[in-house]
Write a protein that binds this ligand. Structure first.
Ligand code: NG6
Ligand code: CA
Length: 510
């Protein structure tokens, strides 16, 4: 009977439509009165394990970041997935190890959008759980589809992977373009002075650091000799867009205010904020309020500035009465570096401060300091303060926060560590893979770290004084007995090497 068939078809269409509109559990959670906490990830750039006073090693004083550690859980074995920025951010947001994606490497400012818009991402998952989502600060995950016209709205911007709001710099503070991009639009751009960007060649008549060092207030040491903005030469060339070019000294305040505004303009829904600080990445240009405050030169001073930003941000949460209802994660995208391309006295003035703490290596390194970073989580009255030495990786935030918000945990490299983050369990990861330069990886399992043999220079080849971790022989360390990785046990323990190598290969081939 045709009429019955029609009714059945209509009912089916209606039901499918309803399910699609309903989304994944969101309404039911809200209907049932389940109130998920706000989630804030504060993510520093190149901040080392020893740069935070709560870790009890270096000489810097970071009282505000320490507060997250002392009122929450401080992880002693918390890892970024990579010793550089883009890959670590890629993992944090997608739950996938970066070396699984050949394109996940330090990107230029005009690189295309890295994350596949079909991939599950942290902001998408939380948005699906009813969150309002935002990213403020450093992006460095590509923009646009290969060719970007900075004078038009850039369609592929952070909002394409689930952020409702974005206020970012496209790449790094040492890469062009030196402008902020808000929801895909360059902020403060005068349309009569169009902004042009190239990573291939300079625009005619434009000064560069190399040709015009007299225009510089901060001199470069390696690279960074191209276009000049605010008396600092950068990587890449840009022309025009003068009204939109940032002033480095104001960057901390600019991002802080946007982060605070996002929190203040909240609705009844919970929010997720990825507050990606630009400090202490080069060029290190603190606001004058912080100049000279640490006696360690610009690197120390921008860390003091970052600490202040965290303090101001926490104050906002407090004033808004949100402390008890906000889970805060603090970490860094990779380990520390002193001279990373500018003559900023970072090495001369470091004194007996130890940015990597007791760990070996730093940014770019397969040794532990490349990826073992400050990692802490706080949720007032919900997480019991303490210290945890179990292994956890930033790649685990996707699964853990999916779990927290009742969402399906995607099948990725991300492991559900929610109980570890909440302090209900001390059982973290059995093993973790970390990445150094050129997608090369090392394997940590329990107390052991295995670094396979890799050809290459011992120090970063372009003049950074950090060890790569490369060598002609496989290296094996017991990180608990030998935190500084001074005693290579590979020759003494070939069976251990084989056992670890086998497990490592299985994960790499997964
Ligand atoms: C390097 C830059 C370094 C820094 C790094 C990326 C040179 C010589 N060095 O290529 O200064 O920008 O890339 O850092 O250009 S990261 O933290 O964003 O990964
Ligand atoms: Ca970084």
């Amino acid at each position: 009977n045709l009429r019955i068939l029609l009714i059945v078809i209509c009912a089916c269409v209606f039901w499918v439509g309803y399910q699609l509109l309903k989304g994944n559990g969101t309404e039911t959670d809200i209907e049932q009165g389940v109130k998920h906490p706000n989630v804030v990830i504060i993510y520093a750039d190149d901040l080392g394990y020893g740069d935070i006073s709560a870790y009890g090693v270096g000489k810097l004083n970071t009282p505000n970041i320490d507060r997250i550690a002392t009122e929450g859980i401080r992880f002693g074995n918390g890892y970024a997935t990579s010793a550089t920025c883009t890959p670590s951010r890629y993992s944090l947001l997608t739950g996938q190890y970066p070396w699984r994606n050949a394109k996940a490497q330090v990107l230029s400012g005009d690189a295309p959008f890295l994350i596949d818009t079909e991939q599950p991402t942290l902001p998408k998952i939380l948005k699906n759980a009813g969150y309002r989502t935002a990213v403020v600060g450093k992006w460095h995950l590509g923009m646009g589809d290969g060719y970007v016209d900075w004078n038009e709205t850039i369609k592929l911007n952070p909002n394409a992977i689930g952020f409702d709001y974005s206020y970012v710099m496209a790449a790094t503070n040492d890469r062009v373009p030196n402008v902020y991009v808000e929801n895909g639009d360059v902020v403060g751009l005068d349309k009569t002075d169009s902004l042009k960007v190239s990573y291939k060649k300079n625009f005619e008549g434009e000064p560069t650091g190399k040709a015009n060092p007299e225009l510089l207030k901060v001199m470069y040491s390696h690279g960074h000799d191209m276009s000049i903005n605010n008396g600092i030469s950068r990587i890449g060339y840009q022309k025009g867009g003068k009204s939109a070019q940032w002033i480095d000294e104001n960057m901390a305040d600019t991002f802080l205010v946007r982060a605070q505004q996002f929190v203040k303009q909240r609705s009844d829904n919970p929010f997720f904020l990825f507050y990606a600080l630009h400090q202490p990445h080069v060029p290190r240009v603190p606001h004058p309020r912080f100049v000279g405050t640490t006696g360690m030169g610009p690197r120390g001073d921008v860390i003091a500035e970052a600490d202040w930003c965290v303090g101001e941000f926490l104050k906002t949460l407090e004033q808004e009465g949100l402390m008890e209802n906000t889970l805060i994660v603090f970490s860094s995208d990779n380990g520390p570096v002193l001279d990373d391309g500018y003559l900023d006295e970072s090495a001369e003035k470091v004194g007996d401060h130890t940015p990597a703490g007791p760990l070996r290596g730093g940014k770019y390194s397969l040794y532990d300091a490349g990826t073992r970073v400050p990692f802490m989580v706080m949720w007032k009255d919900k997480i019991k303060p303490g210290v945890s030495n179990t292994i956890i990786s930033q790649v685990d935030l996707v699964a853990s926060l999916s779990k927290l918000t009742g969402q399906t945990v995607p099948q990725t490299d991300s492991e559900d560590m929610l109980d570890v983050l909440l302090g209900h369990s001390q059982k973290g990861r059995e093993s973790v893979v970390v990445e150094g330069l050129y997608h090369r990886t090392a394997f940590r399992k329990g107390d052991w770290i295995l670094i396979p043999a890799y050809e290459g220079t011992k120090k970063v080849s372009w003049g950074v004084d950090n060890e790569t971790g490369f060598g002609y022989d496989t290296q094996l360390y017991n990180i608990t007995d030998d935190i500084a990785q001074r005693n290579d046990l590979a020759k003494q323990m070939p069976e251990k090497v084989n056992e670890l190598m086998e497990e490592f290969r299985i994960i790499l081939d997964d």
